[in-house]
Ligand binder design. Structure first.
Ligand SMILES: [Zn+2]
Length: 84
C-alpha cells in the first residue's frame, strides 16, 4: 500500500486511456459519472458505488455504498415477503 507507487503508476497509464467510464459491478452496465464524483448510483440497477479517481479521466469502483445498497436490498426483500 505505497501511495507513491500508485501515483507514478497512475501517471504512466494516463496517456491514451481516458474513457471516464467504469462498469457497474452489479449489472455490468457502463457508467459515466460526473468528473470528480465521490459516489455514483447506477441508473440501471440502482446500486450506489463509491468512486476512486485513478486519474482525472479514469474512475474506478472503490466499493459499494452500503447504506444505499442495503436500503435497496431491504426494499426488495420487503417486496418479496409480502407480509405475514
Ligand atoms: Zn448497475
Amino acid at each position: 500500500m505505497s501511495k507513491k507507487t500508485e501515483e507514478s503508476a497512475a501517471k504512466k497509464v494516463v496517456k491514451g486511456r481516458t474513457s471516464g467510464q467504469f462498469r457497474c459491478l452489479n449489472c455490468f452496465e457502463r457508467l459515466t459519472p460526473p468528473p470528480g464524483a465521490k459516489t455514483f448510483t447506477c441508473p440501471n440497477c440502482g446500486y450506489a458505488w463509491r468512486i476512486y479517481w485513478f486519474n482525472p479521466g479514469e474512475p474506478r469502483i472503490r466499493g459499494p455504498v452500503w447504506d444505499v445498497n442495503e436500503a435497496q436490498t431491504q426494499k426488495s426483500m420487503a417486496e418479496n415477503k409480502g407480509g405475514k
